[in-house]
Design a protein. Structure first.
Length: 268
C-alpha cells in the first residue's frame, strides 16, 4: 500500500490551511497514495491557545469536516485529518480529534487525543489541558487496501508518542502519529521515539508533522517521516510544507514478525 504523510506550516487562517491541505492531498493522490495523513492542527495554528475554541465544530458537522470529506471523496483516498477541534461538554475546552474519512467521504473513525502536553523549560510554556479535554479510549480501524491486505491502523496524536502502553493496546500493523512537536523536543526526541515505537511493536509508523515558524512565532520541528517495522526510516521531510510518499509492504511486516515473534513473547 502506498501512503503519504503531509507536512504543513499551518497559519491562523482556517481557509488558507484548508486550501493548502486540499492541494497537498491532491498531490499525494497524484503520486498514487491510497492513504494520506495530515498533521496535528492542520486546520489552525492560532495566535493564542484559545483560538481553537472559535472554530470548534460539533462532530459530523461544520466546514472543516465537510472539506476533509470532500477531499477524500474527490481524490478517492483514505484521509486522516490530523486533528481538528471538536466540541466537548466543557465550553472552555475542546477535543483535539483525529478523524478518518473513507474514499467515499464517510467518517469511519474518531480518536480524541488522550495525553495532553505540558512543558515549562524556562523559555517556553505549554499546557494543553487549559483548552483541551482529554480523550479516554484507544482507537484503531481496518483499512482494506488495493493490495488485498487488511491493514489494522492505530491512531495517536503527538504527545501520545511518549506513552508506549497506548501503542501496545492498539495491536496495529500501522501506527499514525500526526504531530506538532516543538523545535526543542523534536530535535531531542522525535526520530528516537518514532523508531522505538516501530521496533517495539513490529509495526510501520507514519508521522506527519507541522514543520516551520507559525504566525504566533512558535517554531515546530517538522521532519515528518515513515518508519518500517525494523526501525528504518523509509521517507522523511525537512522543514516547510512537503509531501512524503512510500510503499508499505505487508509481506515485509509478516516476515519481520515471523523472524522475531516478540509480540507473542509478552508476559505482562
Amino acid at each position: 500500500m502506498k501512503m503519504a504523510v503531509i507536512q504543513m506550516v499551518s497559519t491562523a487562517r482556517v481557509e488558507d490551511n484548508l486550501q493548502a491541505a486540499r492541494a497537498a492531498v491532491a498531490q499525494a493522490a497524484q503520486q498514487g497514495a491510497e492513504l494520506v495523513v495530515l498533521p496535528e492542527y492542520f486546520c489552525l495554528m492560532g495566535l493564542r491557545d484559545t483560538d481553537k475554541r472559535a472554530v470548534q465544530e460539533p462532530w459530523g458537522e461544520g466546514p472543516i469536516q465537510r472539506a476533509m470529506a470532500d477531499a477524500a471523496r474527490a481524490q478517492g483516498v483514505w484521509l486522516v485529518a490530523g486533528t481538528l477541534p471538536l466540541q466537548s461538554s466543557d465550553p472552555q475546552r475542546v477535543f483535539n480529534s483525529s478523524l478518518v474519512f473513507s474514499p467515499q467521504g464517510e467518517c469511519v473513525a474518531r480518536y480524541d487525543k488522550i495525553h495532553l502536553f505540558r512543558l515549562d523549560n524556562g523559555s517556553e510554556q505549554f499546557d494543553e489541558a487549559r483548552t483541551i479535554m482529554h480523550g479516554q479510549q484507544p482507537v484503531a480501524f481496518d483499512l482494506p487496501s488495493r493490495d488485498g491486505h487488511r491493514w489494522r491502523v492505530g491512531m495517536s496524536v503527538c504527545y501520545d508518542l511518549r506513552f508506549p502502553e497506548l501503542y501496545r493496546a492498539l495491536n496495529a500493523d500501522l501506527l499514525l502519529v500526526p504531530s506538532a512537536f516543538t523545535w526543542g523536543t523534536g530535535e531531542a526526541h522525535w526520530e528516537l521515539l518514532l523508531r522505538a515505537r516501530a521496533v517495539e511493536n513490529l509495526a510501520f509508523v507514519a508521522a506527519p508533522a507541522q514543520g516551520g515558524t507559525h504566525d504566533s512565532g512558535r517554531r515546530t520541528w517538522g521532519h515528518s517521516m515513515i518508519v518500517d517495522p525494523w526501525g528504518q526510516v523509509l521517507a522523511q521531510c525537512d522543514d516547510g510544507p512537503a509531501v512524503a510518499c512510500c510503499e508499505l509492504d505487508a509481506a515485509q511486516l509478516a516476515r519481520r514478525r515471523a523472524q522475531l515473534p516478540a509480540l507473542s513473547h509478552r508476559t505482562l
